[in-house]
Ligand binder design. Structure first.
Ligand code: C2O
Ligand code: CU
Ligand code: CU
Length: 576
């Protein structure tokens, strides 16, 4: 009980800080809702109850040497199917949470760290109170109660810490885990299940010589984002899967702070996707490679049917360029020859030697360099395998005419002021929304995500510039003129994530990135499915259609480069 009292007292304090917004947003942050928010609700009849605890742990992450100090989620089923919480042995990742559409879920979250924390269910469409908005961050020793119905269709999501200004470091220390949702529609499909349906959580980390995690703290490093030296898959280094000669479903999640992967096989075999963020696709998509930015998921159909027992395939992150500011990339390539991190990487860069270097600031592998992610060893011959379905699930294709603001898209303007990456010219503030960030519940909106830092000017594209300024007028974004700075020099790729319901991408325009660079990534985007996170390359402009249904309140949108998020590259919609 003392925990709850604690909670109330702290909520009271927090509440006074939010008084201004309570007045501006009636009903949402009233004293009553603030006090009740962390108590189980009688009216909510949970089918599933789980307990999640965040605490410090010591885990053998690396194969030899000392254990690694991490922060870890532990889970326990209190009510409902046992498989809801699937613990990964000897792993710093949180358990996989397996939900079914329609389940009513209550989660008791205990913060046993010695710092504040809160969990966000990335990809799930849940009420504000259960979305892990940083305003609900709890202190050490406190408890937070989430209640939500699983409204999502079958697909892959994940959960992670969303503690304001500590998100990047807490996720880095281990506070993340995978979520699967299944539904009847999916059950009717003959997709690989059970031991043939596996996680592929990809992260990069840097360890010191005592096997402890190293994180960056310098401002410049944070502006570029953390890039680690070692690639971990499902919480382990040098991951090798033993597979049978049949099809598998691998649920790939980029759980890294800021590294962007270009997934591809070493032998050039294309990759087939059956799902994107939180949902299956209408039909499978086969691509030469797939780009996967932080926060994005892709469900892969990996078929080893034609492979020989004893053979081994390596999944790589293939080389690409143009995701980092040109200056930064140049500095990295200058170091290309002297990296001493295995010949493979240096050698893959061809004559250009563009990206082979170590990250100057983070000390890790350069963004865009080639390295292995995991290997797949074929160990057993089996005679039957599910066949790739030609159709997966049905959903409505959203287009412009579904939106009520075709000519006045909601802007998400990316800018990088010195030491301050921003959205719509502003940094995050807990209790503020701009006019165009207020969205009526039930509406479907067109949103335009683009870079706004003088890049177009540098490229002498006056047409593009005009378009942006006229949009500014329509969108009422006068404040953005102050957001210039850094210009093209600071332009880099940003994975933009919107909380709440998934959206669909309707257009992608590239103006400003070098053709040679864009050519290294452009065939790896899957725009045919539902998305909640989209990689926006430098100079790229992406239009999406997003429904804002079911729940009122504050729903964040932010860069999922977690260093950027913590530096304030986050805003929120207020759905009323
Ligand atoms: Cu996965 Cu608001 O984040
Ligand atoms: Cu999210
Ligand atoms: Cu960013």
């Amino acid at each position: 009980m003392s925990k709850i009292n604690n909670n109330n007292r702290r909520q009271f304090i927090q509440q006074s800080a939010l008084v201004a917004s309570a007045a501006a947003f009636p009903g949402l942050l009233s004293a009553k809702s603030v006090q009740l928010r962390s108590m189980p609700t009688r009216a909510f009849n949970a089918d599933v109850e789980i307990e999640m605890t965040a605490k410090k742990a010591q885990i053998s992450v690396l194969k030899s040497g000392p254990t690694t100090r991490v922060q870890k989620y532990y889970g326990k089923v209190l009510k409902g199917p046992k498989e809801t919480v699937q613990t990964l042995k000897g792993n710093y990742l949180g358990p996989i949470l397996n939900f079914k559409k329609g389940q009513k879920v209550r989660v008791y979250f205990y913060n046993k760290l010695n710092e504040p924390s809160i969990i966000h269910w990335h990809g799930l469409h849940v009420p504000q109170k259960s979305d892990g908005h940083p305003m609900y961050t709890i202190k050490p020793g406190e408890r937070y109660v989430y209640e939500f119905e699983v409204m999502n269709r079958a697909g892959t999501s994940f959960y992670h810490s969303h503690t304001h200004e500590l998100t990047a470091e807490q996720v880095y220390q281990g506070l993340a885990g995978l979520i699967t949702v299944t539904d009847e529609e999916e059950q009717k499909l003959d997709l690989p299940r059970g031991e043939y349906d596996l996680p592929l959580v990809i992260q990069d980390r840097t360890f010191n010589d005592r096997n402890q995690l190293q994180y960056l703290h310098g401002m410049h490093g944070r502006m570029m984002g953390f890039l680690g030296e070692s690639i971990l898959v499902n919480g382990q280094a040098d991951t090798e899967f033993s597979v049978k000669t049949r099809a598998y479903r691998f649920r790939a999640l980029n759980g890294s702070n800021s590294r962007i992967y270009k997934l591809g096989w070493d032998d050039g075999t294309p990759l087939t996707a059956i799902g994107t963020d939180a949902s299956l696709l209408e039909k499978p998509e086969t691509k030469p490679y797939i780009m996967l930015a932080p926060g994005e998921r892709v469900d892969l159909w990996l078929d080893f049917s034609d492979r020989k027992v004893g053979s081994k395939l390596v999944m790589y992150s293939l080389p690409y360029s143009g995701a980092m500011p040109p200056m930064y990339q140049k500095m990295q390539s200058g170091k290309g020859g002297s990296m001493g991190m295995g010949g493979m990487r240096g050698g893959m860069m061809g004559g250009k030697g563009k990206m082979g270097g170590m990250g100057m600031m983070g000390g890790g592998l350069a963004q865009g360099s080639k390295f292995p992610i995991a290997s797949f060893k074929v160990t057993e011959k089996v005679s039957s395998s599910p066949k790739l379905p030609s159709r997966l699930v049905k959903f409505d294709r959203l287009n412009e005419s579904d939106a009520d603001n075709i000519n006045k898209p909601i802007p998400i303007a990316i800018s990088m002021k010195p030491m301050s990456p921003r959205l719509n010219g502003k940094s995050f503030s807990l209790d503020k929304v701009l006019d165009f960030e207020r969205v009526p519940m039930g509406s479907i909106k067109k949103i335009k995500i683009f870079h706004d830092h003088g890049m177009k000017k540098e490229h002498g594209d006056s047409k593009g510039k005009m378009k942006m300024s006229s949009m500014r007028g329509k969108g009422g974004m006068g404040m953005m003129s102050g957001g210039m700075g850094g210009g093209m020099m600071m332009s880099m790729a940003h994975p933009i994530h919107l909380h709440g319901q998934q959206y669909q991408i309707i257009s992608r325009k590239m103006e400003g990135m070098r053709k040679e660079d864009y050519a290294t990534v452009k065939d790896g985007f899957i725009d045919s499915g539902w998305k909640d996170t989209v990689l926006v390359m430098p100079g790229e402009e992406i239009e999406v259609i997003k429904p804002f249904q079911d729940f009122k309140g504050f729903f964040l949108y932010h860069c999922h480069n977690l260093e950027h998020e913590d530096l304030g590259m986050m805003r929120q919609f207020y759905v009323y």
